[in-house]
Structures are given as structure tokens and as C-alpha cells.
Design a protein around this ligand. Sequence first.
Ligand SMILES: [Fe+2]
Length: 297
Amino acid sequence: MGAMTFEPLDADFGARVGGVKLADIDDDAFAELHERWLDHGLLVFTDQHLSHTEQVAFARRFGDLEIELAELSNLKADGSLRPDDGTDDMMKVHHGNMGWHHDSTYMPVQAKGAVFSAEIVPETGGATGFADMRSAYDALDDETRDRIEGLRAHHSLYHSQAKVGHAARPSTDGKVTADDESESSYGGYGFHDGPVSIRPLVKVHPETGRKNLLIGRHAYDIVGLTSEESEQLLGQLTELACQPPRTYHHQWTPGDVVLWDNRRLMHQATPWPMDQPRVMWHTRLAGDPESEAALTE
Ligand SMILES: [Fe+2]
């Protein structure tokens, strides 16, 4: 196989990679990909069609996994469509994911990144958006930078899902249920009952040394501000940050794979016709506890 190619996306970040099959890369190729991933924040690969085993094996090259392989789809186990009428908790998770966020900021350790692949895609819609919080930080004026330096916010999946009408609560067996025990209940990941994570609004990336905004839908109640002030400030920052040239929306083709740096980028799902199936596979790279642990206060 010839050399890999890296074609920048039409945004401040990200590159489309050619000349590589992720299922059989060697250590040298991985080392180059890793370096480019830190440079670009997002790498896009087409025509990969990774098996589940291949996806997990590729992801493991980055270290421990927080989530080995999760199906993100609007299909039930029997292949039928989940109802999009407010009764299905998995659909509430999909709707929640349409807000910009970093993964696992609500957990004790924030994720390092993710490998995400497309198996079945709808005819229209269903793009995944990415937004660069490094160039967003760079774009802030001095006054805003001074205002947010040292501020820290709470992050909780209970909080962010409640905003989209998902009243999740832990049940006695530790699984999460909504209002009933029916098949609509989502044994959801991330509704944990430890202390609520607190994270800085400005975070230095552990591998690049660059400052990044750390905001998103899971963030609320900035320490020292009222809930209203917090919501207003976080909303302003998100609006400013998540617009071109700092955004890229990937329209999926089956077989595509993306690899993102979750310490730098936010992402979002976007709507699609919910009478059409969409099946995606998500592997979450575990964050380094040295750099990605939540603050205790
Ligand atoms: Fe996510």
C-alpha cells in the first residue's frame, strides 16, 4: 500500500485520510495516524467496513477503552423501529445527543476520544457534527478569556437528559430506568451516582499543551454563578464556538469511520427521518485519569 494521504476538511480542523485500511495497519502507520489525529482533531476514513473485532482492535491501539462497542441505532433487538413518540428512552438519548457535547464529561474520567463507524445510514439527514474547541478558544476576545479563566462547571447526564424530557433515575438494581420497566427503558450508561463531576471551562490539552474550551450540554451551574448566569454564559460560549469555520458535519456513507479527539472537539447528532433505520457503532477511548479526572470541588 502506498503512503497515506491527508486532505484537510473545509474547516479549521480535521482531515480526510486516504491510502489506508484500518483493519490491517502496522505500528508505523498507527504512529503516523496518532500524530495526525493530535494535529487535526478529527480524521475521516471512507470505505473501511470494519468488523466489530477490527474496530475494537484498532481502538485498543490508543489504550484502554471506556466503552468497547455500543450500538447507536433506532432499531430494537428484533430489528423493528423504535417509536419516536416520547415513550422510548433510547430515542430520548438520541435526541439528547443532538446537543453539542464532549463525551463522558459527566463521568469521573472524561473520554480521550472515539472511533465511530456507520453500518446503516438514512437516505437523508443523520450527519454527525464536530466543533473545534481549540480554535474556538483562540477566537475568544481577551475580555471573555479573562472572564472564564478559572471558572468551573458541574457536568451531569441526569441534568442534560432532563432538559430533553428524559427523567432517568437509578433503580434498586443499579440499572437506570425511566417511568416503567418496559422494553422502552434504557439501561443507560453514564447515569452514575458518585459525586457530580466538576470541570474547568478552559482546559489544557494533555498532549498538545493547547487551551480548549470545555463546555457542552452536560455542563451547568458554574461555581460562584447562579444557575441563570451559568446557563447564559454557557449558551453564549456554545453559540460563539459552534459555527463555521470551527464546525464540520459528516454526512455518512456505510463503511465510513471517524476518529475524534474528545479533549478538543465537541460533537452532535443531527435529525433524520425516524422511520428510516440508522445503525452506528461507537467505541469510546478511555481518558487518562492523570489528566481527565474531574475536580472534586
Ligand atoms: Fe456523544
